[in-house]
Design a protein around this ligand. Structure first.
Ligand SMILES: *Cc1c(COP(=O)(O)O)cnc(C)c1O
Length: 341
């Protein structure tokens, strides 16, 4: 039985083209900036996303946290949408690494309430100073939802008026661009720093990029080294990243269609799915006794993640076959019968 892995878009394996590029990669010591393949990836990313510079790092947690270290003074607040990955899923790193304090604002579908965001900015000396405003696009915990470009611009305007920098956690920025049918650089536009993952839907085995202005680059590289992210012949990884950046985005539309088909199928099976939140490659469904359901489903060859007691997350990606979604729905129907029996 073929296992259908819907836990995350991080489960994809490098494609044959990536394997070839990795095997043939020209390499050097990247800490000396002498790895031509890393340099090529960073230049390509900067060009593609319309930013001055890009720095290659092992993970999106590192690109986000290095950005926060660059922007935040100890004790300063970062305003972020509720559910933000930088707070929820980067094991307390804000407090440990930059000494910052998160302040989360209400953000239905990942879109921050602008009034709440304005009110969250501190100016009083009795309060923690605000040091940064962060957004996430697409917003993972909200369902892989897309923040409209007008909202991004309004948030940037609020930040500019208050003299604050902005950071975009764009781990799935290319999914947002695909949904919005705009070039990726339009989603990245106007932020001081942007982080992008190569190892999610784009399919690379490892790697993220921090996009930033030239002036912030030396500090970002210093923090990357401090965190142990100074890799040596990293060109073998960057080579896969180049293929991911060039060929990955074209596959995302299919991922989104599969998520839509899955969501509609789950609704037909009687599960609670907010279809309005199904915009990219994720589906969150309400399922009673989610951990037990997920265990049953795994025994039937479909893997998904339980979130708390009553939610299950399914994520589509490029390693799925066309038959996988209909097949997964059949097995989900079986698992539901057994759960209720
Ligand atoms: C996956 C992800 C990251 C980075 O995660 P790593 O596993 O550290 O690469 C950052 N932000 C969001 C929204 C993500 O989904």
């Amino acid at each position: 039985m073929r296992t259908i892995d819907l836990r995350s878009d991080t489960v994809t394996r490098p494609t044959p083209a990536m394997r070839r590029a990795m095997a043939e990669a020209e390499v050097g010591d990247d800490v000396y900036r002498e790895d031509p393949t890393v340099n090529r990836l960073e230049a390509l990313a900067a060009e593609t996303l319309g930013c001055e510079r890009a720095v290659f790092m092992p993970s999106g947690t590192m690109t986000n946290q290095v950005a926060l270290m660059v922007h935040l003074k100890r004790g300063a607040e970062v305003i972020a949408p509720e559910g933000a990955h930088i707070y929820e899923f980067e094991p307390g790193a804000i407090g440990v690494l930059s000494g910052g304090v998160p302040r989360l604002v209400p953000a239905p579908y990942g879109v921050p309430d602008l009034e709440a965001l304005r009110r969250a900015i501190h100016t009083s000396p009795h309060q923690a100073p605000t040091g940064l405003i962060a957004l996430e696009n697409t917003h993972n915990l909200a369902g892989g939802t897309v923040v409209p470009l007008e909202v991004q611009r309004k948030v940037q305007e609020i930040a500019r008026t208050a003299g604050l920098p902005t950071h975009l956690d764009g781990a799935r920025l290319f999914n947002a661009a695909t949904y919005l049918k705009v070039p990726a650089r339009e989603v990245a536009a106007g932020f001081d720093t942007v982080s992008v993952c190569l190892s999610k839907g784009l399919g690379a085995p490892v790697g993220s990029l921090l996009l930033l202005p030239k002036a912030l680059e030396p500090e970002a590289r210093r923090y990357r080294k401090m965190l142990g992210g100074g890799m040596r012949q990293a060109g073998v990884l960057a080579a896969a990243g180049i293929v991911a950046l060039q060929e990955g985005p074209a596959h995302l539309e299919r991922d989104h269609q599969m998520a839509r088909a899955l969501a509609e199928g789950l609704v037909r099976l009687g599960l609670g799915v907010d279809l309005k939140a199904v915009q990219t490659n994720m589906v969150y469904a309400r399922v009673p006794e989610a951990p037990r359901f997920v265990a049953r489903l795994a025994a039937l060859g479909v893997r998904a993640n339980a979130l708390g007691t009553d939610r299950v997350r399914f994520v589509t990606h490029r390693d799925l076959d066309d038959a996988d979604i209909p097949q997964a729905l059949e097995r989900i129907a079986q698992a539901l019968e057994r759960t209720s029996a």
